[in-house]
Design a protein around this ligand. Structure first.
Ligand SMILES: Nc1ncnc2c1ncn2[C@@H]1O[C@H](COP(=O)(O)OP(=O)(O)O)[C@@H](O)[C@H]1O
Ligand SMILES: [Mg+2]
Length: 324
């Protein structure tokens, strides 16, 4: 058995009348991949926000012990200085800044009080090699896809000497190939740099392949922690997540849409930043009002006006036909 890196014990957190976490416990071993699973609203992000100092000590009860010492983080930089780094689902890179500027934002490499761009570029190159990203350190992040931006975030975490990396749903927006590459990188970091990773994900097949342990949260409570020794089934985890037997994970639903509100035919979109790059190729779809709306409705059942639709871009207006 590996040594324990982190123990969160009896964590309780309320948002006014909502109890988000009820005496949650979590133990993470050194050099391990620890998965945190649970339905939406189970409390996964709240627990990780506490661990990373986003919710400061005093705003929750319970204790955090990291590398044998009790931690009382007041802000994110407190947890980062101990080697705990969180990567949120909504990536926090600044699109207009280059990769190297993003990586060292807030902890620039300085000589005599002036940013040393040469050192920063050199160091970025070393970090990009470590995460396997073949891009120029001076490329602006807006030119990178989500998969590559994740790698920049990991490179940024490495620049902060991360010991425990927290990733909130890192593969949710990735295709299978990018997800595999990301998970392989995490596995390598564990072996080569002795980094532990807490990964929040509901892609159970990925977790069963790569995680060492899996903790299930349900309705703000820690239900169980499973050793991923090959004996756990997907169904067991799902049952633990939802608290009952699931005979059909995706029950059939009969859709009852209301009137047609919007029709899009052969919609093409080209990149605003890369000349000639097509992002969307001939997409068609119909959008219906909810069944309760009627086109001639009164106050309680009126049709939303055209301006209430969020789709207002000129590109969209060229190809979309608003009805009603
Ligand atoms: N800032 C907040 N204010 C009020 N309630 C919140 C806030 N953040 C989370 N919650 C509530 O806490 C519970 C846990 O949320 P969250 O940690 O985001 O769950 P998960 O990440 O597992 O989907 C939910 O009931 C959610 O509505
Ligand atoms: Mg969440």
């Amino acid at each position: 058995m590996r040594k324990i890196l982190l123990t969160m014990d009896g964590i309780q957190k309320c948002f006014s009348s909502v109890i988000a976490l009820k005496h949650v416990s979590l133990q993470v071993e050194q050099r391990s991949i620890h998965a945190l699973v649970g339905e939406n609203g189970a409390g996964k992000s709240t627990l990780m926000n506490i661990l990373s100092g986003i919710y400061p000590h005093g705003s929750y009860s319970g204790s955090i012990v990291f590398e044998g010492q009790e931690m009382r983080f007041r802000k994110v930089s407190d947890s980062e200085s101990r080697g705990i780094v969180i990567i949120h689902q909504e990536l926090a890179l600044i699109p207009e800044l280059s990769i190297q500027e993003n990586i060292f934002l807030g902890h620039e490499i300085c000589r005599s009080g002036v940013i040393s761009w040469d050192s920063q570029i050199q160091e970025t190159q070393r970090l990009l090699d470590a995460v396997g990203l073949k891009e120029d350190p001076n490329t602006a992040c807006k030119y990178l896809g989500v998969g590559k931006q994740q790698l920049v975030e990991i490179a940024k975490a490495l620049s902060k000497n991360v010991k425990l990396l927290i990733m909130d749903e890192p593969t949710a927006a990735l295709n299978d190939k990018d997800s595999d590459a990301l998970l392989n990188l995490i596995l390598n970091l564990r072996v080569e740099r002795w980094i532990s990773v807490i990964i929040i994900s509901n892609k159970l097949d990925e977790l069963l392949k790569d995680a060492d342990r899996i903790t299930v949260l349900r309705d703000g409570e820690s239900i169980e922690t499973l050793e991923n020794d090959g004996s756990i089934s997907r169904n067991h985890i799902i049952r633990s997540m939802v608290g009952r037997e699931m005979s059909n994970l995706y029950p059939e639903r009969t859709a009852k849409p209301g009137e047609l509100a919007l029709e899009v035919k052969d919609w093409c979109v080209f990149s605003p930043s890369v000349a000639g790059e097509q992002i969307i190729d001939r997409v068609s779809f119909h959008l219906h009002y909810p069944a309760r709306y009627t086109r001639t409705g009164n106050r309680s059942g009126s049709v939303p006006s055209k301006t209430q639709f969020p789709i207002e871009s000129p590109i969209f207006r060229r190809t979309a036909r608003m009805l009603g």
